[in-house]
Ligand binder design. Structure first.
Ligand code: PLP
Length: 388
């Protein structure tokens, strides 16, 4: 059975061109970029080249990019780096209640170290209100961290507005752009951010590599101590094949993004419309228009998300209930709860995220299979008999 992959927000397949670009750096061109002989210098120059590709994708300068092991590390680096470099002066951080665990757990860690953190609420569509950001600022605030787009419901946050507030108040502003870089236009200057996290495996690059954008002049504590790599921000021998992969993925994204956004938006809207028409008591989660082009998230009353994903898997369809990190936990999504959904509605959520290799035939197939799966589960559900 040919499987249909509808979980591009969890991870994307690595683009064949990216794999091809990476391969020589495992074999013939294996040098350590710190070595002064030619093997090393060649590896150093491909890192420089990849860094330029990343800067072009987000409108940064090359000295402003530090390669990390992925989005989680970039988020931790940004948050702890700013907090620890400035802790004797200010000790308050503002974030939102719908951030990825990489941000939330980094903030909780800071709380244990004596920092205070404000977790802003969101509205029913998952939007942070910039007015709330403004109100939360105190003379102790050192950092605001609000994600560019949410990984579960796809809502795109008002980053430009929050950026202006942060700038006026002289507070560092970080955004987790793991779900947006390579998918929608991202420009660090237009967004007004000082720090931005990204991850290669969300944009058809390899896993285990990402980057943090750090605006020139930002004062951060280094994340990993050791050698001189990454201008001492992040020590350790560079992941040369991974960095080359991220660079190539960034280059491809720049070439293909606008066309791909249009194609995915149309497939996404077909999928949303089809689900809402064919399944009664199904509700769209997330903002109807300020939404990632590849994200569909629905709550289906009287069924559990886990049962839907397991039954879809039997039909060869890979989907998820929420973020990949929490989909194996039975806790309802903190994002959906923050948006005001009940525990039952949050448990009935299904996330379908599409991508480069999703076809219209696959959308039609899911629109055929999902209503059947839901009917079958509802026929067995005690919830249906007691509520309908
Ligand atoms: N931030 C967001 C919004 C994400 O969606 C993810 C991955 O799911 C991460 C951070 C973590 O990125 P990585 O898997 O590269 O550590």
């Amino acid at each position: 059975m040919k499987r249909i992959y509808l979980d591009y927000a969890a991870t994307t397949p690595t683009h064949p061109e990216v794999v091809k670009a990476m391969l020589p750096y495992f074999t013939d061109d294996f040098g350590n970029p710190s070595s002064i002989y030619s093997y090393g210098q060649e590896a150093k120059s491909v890192i420089d080249e990849a860094r330029i590709q990343v800067t072009k994708l987000i409108g940064a300068r090359d000295k402003e990019i530090v390669f990390t092991s992925g989005g989680t590390e970039a988020d931790n680096f940004a948050i702890k780096g700013i907090a620890f470099a400035n802790e004797n002066k200010r000790d308050h951080v503002i974030t939102s209640s719908i951030e990825h665990h990489a941000v939330i757990e980094a903030c909780k860690f800071l709380e244990k170290r004596g920092f205070s953190v404000t977790y802003l609420p969101v509205d029913e569509n998952g939007l942070v209100d910039p007015g709330d950001v403004k109100k939360a600022i105190t003379n102790k605030t050192i950092l605001i961290s609000v994600m560019h787009a949410n990984n579960e419901v796809g809502t795109i946050e008002p980053i430009v507005e929050i950026g202006k507030i942060a700038k006026e108040a002289g507070i560092y502003f970080h955004t987790d752009a793991v779900q947006t870089v390579g998918h929608i236009p991202v420009d660090v200057n237009e967004l007004g951010v000082d720090l931005l996290s990204m991850s290669a495996h969300k944009l058809y690059g390899p896993k285990g590599i990402g980057a943090l954008y750090i605006r020139k002049g930002a004062k951060l504590a280094s994340f990993i101590h050791g050698g001189e790599q990454e201008r001492r921000w992040r020590a350790g021998t560079e992941n040369v094949p991974g960095i080359v992969g991220l660079g190539r993925a960034a280059k491809l994204a720049r070439q293909e993004m606008i066309e791909e956004m249009e194609r995915l938006t149309s497939l996404r809207d077909k999928l949303i419309k089809g689900i809402l028409e064919r399944i009664d008591h199904a509700h769209l989660n997330g903002h109807p228009s300020r939404r990632l082009p590849n994200n569909v998230n629905v709550s289906v009353d009287f069924v559990e998300g886990e049962s839907m994903t397991l039954n879809l898997d039997l039909e060869g369809i890979c989907a998820s209930t929420g973020s990949a990190c929490s989909s194996s936990s039975l806790e309802p999504s903190h994002v959906l709860l923050a948006m005001g959904l009940s525990h039952e509605q949050a448990h009935g959520s299904l996330r379908l995220t599409i991508g480069k290799w999703t076809t219209v035939e696959e959308i039609e197939k899911i629109l055929d299979v999902l209503p059947r799966v839901v009917s079958k589960l509802r026929a067995m559900s005690p919830l249906v008999k007691s509520t309908r």
